[in-house]
Design a protein around this ligand. Structure first.
Ligand code: HEM
Length: 171
């Protein structure tokens, strides 16, 4: 018996979390015509985090200031779109009982908040001088951002494909 299970008088075991009436209520509430807003907003921070890293590498290889400026814009927009994804994801997490009840959703929240801190630091660091910021710490922050966004994206996909969170049960 795990610490989450409860033993009834007739010796059947009940998991109080999965037996809650709302446990299977996992359909998205922050959606446009049934399409989850979080899934629509995550594409931008994921792509822009990779763009920041790419622009940093190109600046490192070419020394062309254009790439340092491109990295500044990519880092800033990755952070701002990341915040938008955080708002849609957190609202979903708090409003949908079946999502709120699953530990995996909270794990995704923790990974995503750590990611947003890295994205914010990467942008903020560049605001004091975007060209000097690239080597080495801007590039290192971008590489760390790529690792973190990959973890958040992979784990978010797990929530959808394994746990079916935020998906429609059909009408
Ligand atoms: C900060 C708070 C966040 C929370 C609470 C959160 C929560 C969730 C939840 C509940 C889902 C399941 C689908 C749904 O209900 O819409 C999900 C999916 C996902 N999340 Fe997040 N998320 C957050 C931030 C992020 C960020 C910053 C990223 C990446 C930039 C991200 C990437 C993903 C991806 C890729 C999916 C799968 C989408 C799909 O395949 O449809 N999440 N997230």
């Amino acid at each position: 018996m795990t610490d989450k299970q409860v033993q009834t008088e007739d010796n059947t075991l009940i998991d109080p979390i999965s037996s809650s009436p709302d446990f299977e209520q996992t359909e998205s509430r922050i959606a446009i015509w049934g399409h989850p807003a979080h899934a629509m907003t995550v594409a931008f921070p994921v792509a822009l985090t990779f763009c920041t890293f790419g622009a940093d590498v190109l600046y490192w290889l070419s020394g062309d200031i254009f790439w340092a400026r491109a990295a500044l814009w990519a880092a800033g927009t990755a952070f701002l779109f990341g915040l938008a994804a955080g708002v849609t994801g957190t609202t979903e997490l708090l409003m949908v009982p079946g999502i709120r009840a699953r530990a995996a959703a909270w794990t995704h929240f923790v990974i995503a908040v750590a990611l947003l801190s890295v994205l914010g630091a990467n942008w903020g660091y560049r605001l004091g001088g975007y060209e000097e910021a690239v080597l080495p710490y801007g590039l290192l922050l971008s590489a760390f951002g790529v690792v973190m966004v990959s973890a958040a994206g992979w784990h978010g996909g797990k929530l959808v494909f394994d746990y079916r969170l935020g998906t429609s049960k059909g009408s």
